[in-house]
Design a protein around this ligand. Structure first.
Ligand code: SAM
Length: 288
């Protein structure tokens, strides 16, 4: 392997030689902590049979390690100024494809067909924080053949993804992530692990993608509408939120009957319901 880019002196050298200036608007904080890099790669459980999709390779710090450990790597980068840098830093590898695109607009199914045919794939990335949630939701909702999603995110976002019912962190993101995956916090990451240092703390989270969703529901769209409506105003009761926010709108009596059939008190708050309770309530609303 060429010099490990994760060494701060090597990152500084590459950035300076290419006259690269960091763009805050693209969440450009490059990893310069070898210990954290190793933890990310270990958590991803890569092997020479399977693929790795990286979102936002930057100058290629994590990409190099993915190339060493996976059969095929695809790295999607939005910033065209980084393409020449990546060409240089990844020149030792013939198992990487750099795709220039905004990941939110990229046709990931097409990329998978072209590059990962017959492979299981893990997403491994140090995500740009301004778009973490849309990226993770896209990966989950598109139902790509994913094994793990191991990503560096802002600490509060990781805590919300992994939160259990009853606390302030539990909400629509927790439910969506836990519907599709089993989250596990891997490690906390201090600001000093990045160049430049961000002004938020970070956490690496591993999402083990489930073979089937955590709960089975008759109408998935209704399930997610129900969850969204239940959290519309966190301090209001479930009944109140559902009356005001459920789409399509339901009569109060219809909602009360569904709550009664599922044994859920109308005075509870959305943040106290488990995934199983949301699933039961969604099914009760289908037939009413
Ligand atoms: N992987 C590198 C590392 O760990 O040092 C860089 C991580 S940096 C936090 C985020 C990267 O995502 C940057 O390279 C940035 O240009 C890229 N990026 C930002 N928005 C993106 C988007 N919508 N689609 C793809 N890449 C994006």
């Amino acid at each position: 392997m060429t010099k490990r880019l994760v060494l701060p002196s090597v990152t500084r050298d590459v950035v300076t030689r290419h006259g690269f200036s960091f763009k805050k608007s693209l969440g450009q904080n490059f990893l310069i902590d070898g210990n954290i890099l190793d933890k990310i790669v270990t958590a991803a459980e890569l092997d020479d049979q399977n693929g790795a999709l990286e979102i936002g390779p930057g100058i290629g710090t994590l990409t190099q390690e993915l190339c060493e450990n996976a059969r095929q790597v695809v790295a999607v980068e939005k910033d065209n100024r980084l393409l020449a840098v990546l060409e240089e830093t990844l020149s030792d590898y013939n198992n990487v494809h750099v795709h220039h695109a905004d990941v939110l607009e990229a046709d990931l199914h097409a990329l998978f067909q072209q590059w990962f045919s017959g492979m299981e794939v893990s997403v491994v990335a140090n995500l740009p924080y301004y778009v973490t949630t849309p990226i993770v939701m896209k990966l989950l909702e598109e139902r790509l053949p994913l094994r793990h999603i191991v990503v560096m995110v802002q600490r509060e976002v990781a805590e919300r993804m992994a939160a259990k019912p009853g606390g302030k962190d539990y909400g629509t993101l927790s439910i969506a992530v836990q519907y599709y995956t089993e989250p596990e916090l891997v490690t906390r990451v201090p600001e000093s692990s990045f160049m430049p240092a961000p002004n938020v703390e970070s956490t690496v989270i591993k999402l083990k993608v489930r073979k089937a969703p955590a709960v089975s529901v008759q109408d998935e769209k209704l399930f997610f509408h129900l969850v969204k409506a239940s959290f519309a105003q966190r301090r209001k009761t479930l009944l109140n939120n559902l009356q005001n926010n459920l789409q399509p709108k339901r009569e109060k009596d219809t909602i009360l009957a569904a709550l009664e059939r599922t044994g859920i008190e109308p005075s509870r708050r959305g943040e106290t319901l488990s995934l199983e309770e949301y699933a039961k309530l969604a099914d009760a609303l289908v037939i009413s």
